[in-house]
Design a protein around this ligand. Structure first.
Ligand SMILES: Cc1cc2nc3c(=O)[nH]c(=O)nc-3n(C[C@H](O)[C@H](O)[C@H](O)COP(=O)(O)OP(=O)(O)OC[C@H]3O[C@@H](n4cnc5c(N)ncnc54)[C@H](O)[C@@H]3O)c2cc1C
Length: 417
């Protein structure tokens, strides 16, 4: 490939927060909220003009994995900030229990079934309010573009927006870009499976329609406030961290979406397309290598982790060629999987944590993802307060703090043999 030399230039340092969070999806919202509530001066950087990531821009309107989808599912393994978000969504008329695979669960304050459907517009608004209340500053319409790092230490991140190219210098960084952009640009090692042959999850363009009646009990459908979310064109062998692949996938999916709507009209003649997602939905890209990588065996056996900060009960949807349901209450997520092996002052949040492909496919779902990210943000703020690096954080103090904040950090001892 031909190259061109970009001349070096001085960039304005536009913000110097304690904690800079890159990406405002479910992971980034929770990380920033947790850091802000713990008193850290927190900045959230997001490329779109609204929050929610795949939950809003990708129109993926169901938080899955508050508990196992099948038995044993009697323990709700995701609580804390994720529960608070659902409670606020429900109070604002933007959430309802999702009917899925014949599993019904009640949605009531402080209690979630396996999955919760939500209205993405209500989520945009509720997330903004929660972050504003926690004193989190937002930098919207701003794309993270590069990381400046001296060896293992991130010294600044470079962002691009209408005002030009700028720098943000923080004490602690949280990578919640989904793709692990911030850590990868700093040179951190990562895993990413090949597009073909290793079952990289497909991308899907989601859309919403009106004119479909509310689903009868037992039918698996995403229906909130009169609108139905549909899984649209699905495209394989796309690397969501490659711009050319994304462009080709968007074009192919957008050309095919009207056929989807047309075929839906066979069952529901009054259907009207309300919107397609702002972006094609990317399920899987990089997993940054951490101090510990959650193995397949960890996930399948539900191995205990001494530094557990969250639990994932969600099925593994794709890796085994079928929806694989865990045979236990959930597997524990070690704090070490949030700490990159190659960087000192950065924490991972959301779907880019260090995990094998099957463990990732479970924990990426939004309920466990939010629980993990609450821990990332809490840890970042605690590192700032203690003036220490994530690898040196007192994990027992982190676990205690998370429990005080309503999170479930491990499978309750009485539930273990
Ligand atoms: C089609 C599809 C179906 C799914 N189905 C379900 C489901 O039914 N239930 C469920 O719970 N989960 C589901 N998931 C998974 C879930 O949506 C994701 O795993 C989850 O949203 C990941 O959250 P995140 O915050 O880690 O990343 P994301 O949601 O991807 O958020 C990342 C955020 O970072 C921003 N960002 C990224 N790069 C940059 C940059 N360079 N500069 C600035 N901002 C940046 C993005 O705009 C985005 O807001 C699905 C995903 C897809 C794609």
């Amino acid at each position: 490939m031909k190259t061109i030399l970009e001349p070096a230039k001085d960039l304005p340092i536009v913000a110097e927060p304690d904690v800079a969070v890159g990406g405002g999806g479910p992971g980034g919202i929770m990380a920033a909220l947790a850091a802000g509530r713990r008193g850290a001066k927190t900045l959230l950087i997001e490329r779109y003009g609204f929050l929610g990531g795949m939950a809003t821009a990708g129109l993926m309107t169901s938080f899955n994995g508050f508990r196992n989808e099948h038995e044993p599912n009697h323990v709700q393994t995701v609580r804390g900030l994720a529960q608070e978000l659902v409670d606020r969504l429900a109070a604002a008329g933007g959430a309802c229990a999702r009917t899925s695979h014949g599993h019904f669960g009640e949605l009531k304050p402080g209690h979630c079934p396996y999955a919760v459907s939500f209205d993405p517009e209500v989520l945009k608004s509720v997330a903004l309010e929660m972050l504003a209340h926690a004193g989190v500053e937002l930098m919207l319409h701003t794309a993270f573009s590069d990381t400046l790092a001296d060896d293992r230490n991130v010294s600044a991140v470079i962002v691009e927006n209408k005002s030009g190219r700028q720098a943000v210098r923080a004490q602690m960084y949280v990578d919640a870009t989904g793709d692990g952009d911030v850590a990868a640009r700093a040179g951190a090692r990562f895993e990413k499976v090949k597009k073909s042959g290793e079952r990289m999850m497909a991308v899907t363009l989601m859309y919403r329609v009106m004119g479909v009646p509310a689903p009868p009990e037992g039918e698996r459908r995403l229906w909130v406030n009169g609108l139905t979310t549909r899984w649209g064109p699905r495209i394989n062998e796309v690397d969501g961290s490659n711009a050319a692949d994304l462009t080709a996938a968007e074009i192919e999916a957008r050309r095919a979406v009207m056929e989807h709507v047309e075929s839906l009209r066979k069952d529901f003649p009054d259907v009207t397309l309300v919107e397609t997602a702002t972006t094609i939905g990317v399920r899987e890209t990089r997993r940054i290598t951490g101090l510990y990588t959650i193995s397949e065996e960890d996930a399948l056996t539900g191995r205990r982790q001494p530094d557990s900060i969250a639990v994932s009960s969600n099925p593994v949807p794709n890796y085994y060629g079928k929806r694989y349901f865990l045979e236990h209450l959930g597997f524990e997520i070690p704090y070490r999987s949030l700490v990159p092996a190659d960087l000192d002052n950065l924490l991972l949040a959301g779907r880019c944590i260090s995990a094998s492909q099957p463990a990732f496919q479970s924990a990426r779902s939004m309920a466990p993802n939010m629980a993990i990210s609450q821990a990332s943000g809490t840890a970042a703020a605690m590192c700032v307060a203690a003036d220490c690096q994530p690898a040196d954080l007192d994990v027992a103090a982190l676990q205690e703090r998370l429990e005080k904040d309503g999170a479930l950090v491990r499978i309750p001892p009485e539930e273990r043999e």
